[in-house]
Ligand binder design. Structure first.
Ligand code: BGC
Length: 866
C-alpha cells in the first residue's frame, strides 16, 4: 500500500518510491528482539533508528502552546502561542490551520518531527488542571478546531500527535483512575472529537492516556484497553498511524502490546524489551502484531521524511529528503500570534461602549492588578515553552499609548496564596551535597536560590543535602514556606519543621508533586536585631525512570510589608486620578497546571476587593481576566467593561493594547460556559471515588448541563461582543445535496445552512454564527447541541450571507444496543444565533424514518426561517 496521507510538501517525489509493500520484506529480515527494540524510545524524545529499514530517528516534542524542543540546545527558546482555549475562542478553523502551519515551521526549526498536540480532551469540569490546554467543553467545536490544527501541521510535513486518547479529562490520580462512561456518552461526547479528526485530518499519531476506561464492557488502563485501541481506533475508524504511550504511562508488556499500543515512550528503558520478546515467544502476543507496530513506525517516519533507502549499519546514512529549515522566527510570527490572541479575546461586557478607548481623548491610564505587573502567560506542566520574547501589559500599553498619556502602574494586592521564592540576598548560598548510597559525597553545588525544583542529579546520587543560612532583618512577622517532594526532612536551627515519607518514584513526578509540592508555613517574628537561621534539608532522590533522577525543594519567604488594604488604597488613588482604570486579575502557576486539579474556581479574595474598590473609584474601569479556565466573578455585572484574555502567550501586552485602543476587534466567543456561582457548576470536581471517575452527567457536558437545569450562567457558551452589532435576517437549509449511506460518516460533511445577517453597528466586524440542534424533548436528551458554526465578516451597514455546515453525524445518536449510529427521527429545530442562549432564527427540520440526512440520501425538508 502506498503512503496514503498527504506527503510533506516538497517531499512527495522522494516518497514516491517508498512503497509500503517493500517494507514487510525489510522488516522480515530483522529478528524479533531487533523489532521489539524499535518500539521503545531511544531517549526521552527520540524513537530508535534502524539502518536496515532506512529508518532515521523520529523526534517528538511537546505542544500545544508552541514547540518546546528537546532541550538538547542549551538556552533554546521558541514561539509561545496563547493557550489552546484562546485559539478555540476564535471559532475559526482557517485561523487554527494557520496556527498549525506556524507550529510546523517551529518544529522544523528545532528538528522536531512530531508535535505532541493538539489536546482534544474535553473540559468536563472547570476545575480540571489541564483545562487551559484543551480547546473547548464542546465535542463539535473541539473536533473542528482540532482537525484544522492537525491539517496545518501535517500539510507542512510535521506529524500531529492527538492526545490523550481518551477521557483523560482530569488530573487527580491520573495514572490510576478509570473513567466510567456509558457507551452512548463515550461515542457522542468524548470519542467524538477524536473520531472526527481521524476521519477528516488523518493524524499520523495518537497518544494513549495515563488514565483508564470502563465503558461498561471492558475496564482497563487505556493502554491495555483492546476494545478502544484496537477495536474502535484502529479497526473501526481505520486509524493507520502509530499509537504512542503518554510518557511513562506503560505498565505492562503483553497486555499493552496486544491491546494496540505501538510505541512506548520515553526510553531507552521501559516495560517492553525482553518482556515483550518473551511474551511473543510464549505465544501470548502474535509476531504479526509486532510487525504491524514496526510498519506503523516506518509509516510515521516516511510521512515526516525520516525514512530513506536502507543503509549498512556503521556506514553513512543516505541524506534525508530535503526539508528546508525555516528562517528564525521573527516579527511576522510574532504578529501572527498577536492576531490569534486579539481574535480570541472575548469582550464579555461593554456598557455604554466604554471600549474601545479613544487614545486621542486620553490623558492618563491606571494599569492595576497583580496580573498587570506579573502576567500569567502560559499554564504549567509539559506544555511549557521558554518564550523567545514576552511582552507584558505595561510594555505593551506603554508602546501603544501616545507619549503624552500618563501610565501609572500598581499591583493592588496579590493573586497568590503562596509566598514568592526567597530573595537570594537573604541566603548565604544554598549548598547542595550529593551523596551516594553509602553516604560518600559524589558532587557539590552552590546556588543562591530558593528554587531547587526538579533539581536533576546523576545516576549514582541517592540523597541530596541542602545547607545554608537565612537572614531575616526587617522587624515584624516573616513567613517561611518549605515545599519538598518524596522522602525529606527540613531542619531550621535544631527543629524539624517539615518532613515527608513518600517513597514513590515516577508516579510522584507524573502527578507533578515536584512542581507543586505541598508546603509548610513557618512564622518567624523578628525584633530589633536581625535573625540568622541555619537551614538543613535532607532529600531522598526520586527515580523518574526515563525522565531522570530528581529532588525538589522550594524555599519561599514573605517579609513584613504593606498590607493588602494599603496596596488597594494605593490602587484606588491611582484609579481615581486616571481617565481610565484597567484592572488585570487572574491566575498564576500556583493555580493552572498539568498534574493537579483546582479545588475550586475562586480567585484570591483580595482580587475581588480590588476590582470592587477600583470600579467604585472610577466609572471608566475595564477589567481584564488573565486566566485559562473559568474563575468566579461575583461582580461581573457591576463593572462597565470586562475582557477575557486567556493565558495569552508571548504577545500579551501588544494584543491587549490592540484591543483596548480599538486597533483590533476582540472577536472571541467563549468556548466554555462561565458559571455565575460555585453551586451552579454541573461537575464541580473530578476526584475519583474508589479509583473511579463516574461520568454520571452522561451527555450533559458544559452548556448542555446548564440548559437542562435551566440555570443562567454568568456568560453562556458562545457569548462574546465586539465593536459592532448584528441583525440576523434569514436562515435556510436546502435539501442535502450529498446523499450519504449508513454508517454515517464521522467527518465534517453535512447539511449546508445559509444565514444572512447585517452589520447594524458603526464599524466593520466579525461575528461567529452558531447553529444548535434541538430534538424533541425526551428524558435524558440534551435540550440542544452545538450543530455548526462559521465566522462572518462585514463592514458597517453591510449584509452578508454565510454558509455553515451541520455534520451528518449531528443528526444521529449512538445506539448502544446494536452498536451503531442511528438517525434521529421526528421534527427537529435548528436554532441559529450568537450564543447558546441568544438564538435568533429557527429552521424546522422534519426527519422521518428513512428520510434522515445520512440515512437514505433524502434529507430533512427545508423550512423557512422564523
Ligand atoms: C503529558 C503529555 C506530554 C508528555 C511529554 C505527559 O506527562 O501528559 O501531554 O506530551 O508528558 O511531555
Amino acid at each position: 500500500m502506498p503512503v496514503s496521507s498527504p506527503a510533506p510538501s516538497g517531499l512527495a517525489d522522494r516518497l514516491d518510491h517508498l512503497d509500503e509493500s517493500r517494507w514487510a520484506g525489510l522488516v522480515g529480515k530483522l529478528d524479533l528482539a531487533d523489532k521489539v527494540r524499535l518500539l521503545t524510545g531511544a531517549t526521552l524524545w527520540a524513537l530508535p533508528a534502524e539502518p536496515r529499514l532506512g529508518l532515521h530517528a523520529v523526534v517528538a516534542s511537546d505542544g500545544p502552546q508552541g514547540v518546546r524542543g528537546t532541550g538538547e540546545v542549551p538556552g533554546e527558546t521558541g514561539l509561545l502561542a496563547p493557550a489552546p482555549s484562546a485559539t478555540a475562542a476564535t471559532w475559526d478553523t482557517a485561523l487554527a490551520e494557520r496556527l498549525g502551519r506556524l507550529f510546523a515551521a517551529e518544529a522544523r526549526r528545532k528538528n522536531v518531527d512530531v508535535v505532541l498536540a493538539p489536546l482534544v480532551n474535553l473540559q468536563r469540569t472547570p476545575v480540571a488542571g489541564r483545562h487551559f490546554e484543551c480547546l473547548s467543553e464542546d465535542p463539535l467545536l473541539s473536533g473542528a478546531l482540532g482537525a484544522a490544527l492537525v491539517r496545518g501541521l501535517q500539510e507542512e510535513g510535521v506529524a500531529a500527535c492527538l492526545k490523550h486518547f481518551v477521557a483523560n479529562d482530569s488530573e487527580t490520580d491520573r495514572t490510576r483512575y478509570r473513567a466510567r462512561i456509558d457507551a452512548r456518552t463515550l461515542r457522542e461526547v468524548y470519542l467524538a472529537p477524536f473520531e472526527r479528526i481521524v476521519a477528516e485530518a488523518g493524524p499520523w499519531s495518537v497518544m494513549g492516556a495515563y488514565s483508564g476506561l470502563d465503558d461498561g464492557i471492558e475496564s482497563a488502563p487505556v493502554l491495555e484497553h483492546r476494545r478502544i485501541l484496537r477495536g474502535v481506533l484502529k479497526d473501526e475508524w481505520g486509524f493507520d498511524g502509530a499509537v504512542i504511550s503518554d510518557w511513562a504511562a506503560t505498565q505492562t508488556a503483553a497486555p499493552t502490546a496486544d491491546a494496540g499500543l505501538d510505541l512506548v515512550m520515553p526510553g531507552p528503558d521501559g516495560p517492553w524489551g525482553a518482556a515483550l520478546v518473551d511474551a511473543v515467544e510464549r505465544g501470548e502476543v502474535d509476531e504479526t502484531v509486532i510487525d504491524d507496530k514496526v510498519l506503523r513506525l516506518m509509516r510515521l517516519a516516511a510521512r515526516v521524511g525520516k525514512l530513506t533507502d536502507p543503509w549498512t549499519p556503521g556506514e553513512q546514512p543516505p541524506p534525508l529528503p530535503s526539508a528546508a529549515r525555516p528562517a528564525p522566527a521573527g516579527e511576522s510570527e510574532f504578529a501572527a500570534l498577536r492576531e490569534v490572541l486579539t481574535r480570541g479575546t472575548v469582550l464579555l461586557r461593554n456598557e455604554q461602549s466604554l471600549l474601545p478607548l479613544n487614545p486621542g481623548r486620553l490623558g492618563s491610564v491606571a494599569l492595576i492588578g497583580p496580573n498587570a505587573v506579573e502576567p500569567y502567560l502560559q499554564g504549567g506542566g509539559s506544555a511549557y515553552v521558554p518564550a523567545v520574547r514576552t511582552v507584558g501589559y505595561t510594555d505593551g500599553l506603554r508602546a501603544a499609548l501616545p507619549d503624552d498619556v500618563t501610565l501609572t502602574v500598581c499591583r493592588g494586592g496579590s493573586s497568590r496564596r503562596h509566598a514568592p521564592f526567597i530573595d537570594p540576598d537573604r541566603l548565604t548560598g544554598l549548598h547542595a551535597a550529593c551523596l551516594a548510597a553509602d553516604g560518600t559525597v559524589v558532587g557539590e553545588e552552590v546556588r543562591p536560590t530558593g528554587n531547587w525544583g526538579f533539581f536533576r542529579v546523576p545516576d549514582d546520587v541517592h540523597d541530596v543535602v541542602l545547607t545554608g543560612r537565612v537572614t531575616l532583618a526587617e522587624e515584624g512577622t516573616h513567613i517561611l514556606e518549605f515545599g519538598c517532594a518524596g522522602r525529606f526532612t527540613v531542619v531550621l536551627d535544631h527543629d524539624v519543621v517539615h518532613a515527608g515519607a513518600d517513597d514513590r518514584g515516577i508516579e510522584l513526578i507524573l502527578e507533578s508533586s515536584h512542581n507543586h509540592p505541598a508546603t509548610h508555613r513557618h512564622t518567624v517574628r523578628v525584633g530589633a536585631t536581625p535573625v540568622e537561621l541555619r537551614l538543613r534539608i535532607d532529600l531522598r532522590v526520586v527515580d523518574g525512570e526515563g525522565y531522570g533522577r530528581f529532588v525538589t525543594a522550594h524555599l519561599r519567604h514573605r517579609p513584613p510589608g504593606p498590607t493588602v488594604e494599603d496596596e488597594i488604597a494605593e490602587a484606588v488613588e491611582a484609579a481615581r486620578a486616571a481617565d481610565v482604570a484597567v484592572v488585570v486579575i487572574g491566575t498564576n502557576e500556583e493555580v493552572e497546571s498539568e498534574g493537579w486539579d483546582r479545588p475550586d474556581l475562586e480567585l484570591t479574595a483580595q482580587q475581588h476587593q480590588l476590582v470592587r474598590a477600583v470600579a467604585a473609584a472610577n466609572p471608566r474601569t475595564v477589567v481584564v481576566v488573565n486566566a485559562g479556565a473559568p474563575v468566579l466573578l461575583p461582580w461581573a455585572d457591576q463593572v462597565p467593561a470586562l475582557l477575557w484574555q486567556w493565558l495569552p502567550g508571548q504577545e500579551a501586552g501588544h494584543a491587549l493594547a490592540d484591543v483596548l485602543l480599538g486597533h483590533a476587534e476582540p472577536s472571541g466567543r467563549l468556548p466554555w460556559t462561565l458559571p455565575a456561582r460555585a453551586t451552579d457548576v454541573p461537575v464541580p470536581h473530578a476526584v475519583p471515588v474508589d479509583g473511579v471517575v463516574d461520568y454520571h452527567e452522561r451527555l450533559h457536558i458544559g452548556h448542555r448541563a446548564y440548559d437542562r437545569a435551566g440555570i443562567a450562567p454568568a456568560f453562556p457558551f458562545g457569548h462574546g461582543l465586539g465593536w459592532t452589532t448584528w441583525s440576523y435576517v434569514a436562515a435556510e437549509a436546502p435539501e442535502p445535496s450529498v446523499p450519504v449511506q449508513l454508517p454515517c460518516p464521522a467527518g465534517g460533511d453535512g447539511l449546508p445552512v445559509t444565514v444572512t445577517l447585517t452589520n447594524t453597528g458603526p464599524r466593520r466586524g466579525r461575528e461567529v454564527v452558531q447553529a444548535y440542534l434541538e430534538a424533541p424533548a425526551a428524558p435524558g436528551e440534551p435540550v440542544r447541541v452545538l450543530a455548526g458554526f462559521t465566522v462572518a465578516e462585514a463592514g458597517a451597514g453591510e449584509t452578508t450571507t454565510v454558509t455553515l455546515t451541520v455534520p451528518w453525524r449531528t443528526f444521529h445518536t449512538w445506539d448502544d444496543v446494536h452498536g451503531r449510529w442511528r438517525p434521529r427521527t421526528g421534527p427537529c429545530r435548528l436554532r441559529i444565533g450568537r450564543s447558546s442562549r441568544d438564538l435568533l432564527l429557527d429552521i424546522g427540520l422534519d426527519i422521518g424514518p428513512g428520510r434522515s440526512p445520512g440515512d437514505s440520501g433524502q434529507g430533512p425538508t427545508p423550512r423557512p426561517a422564523r
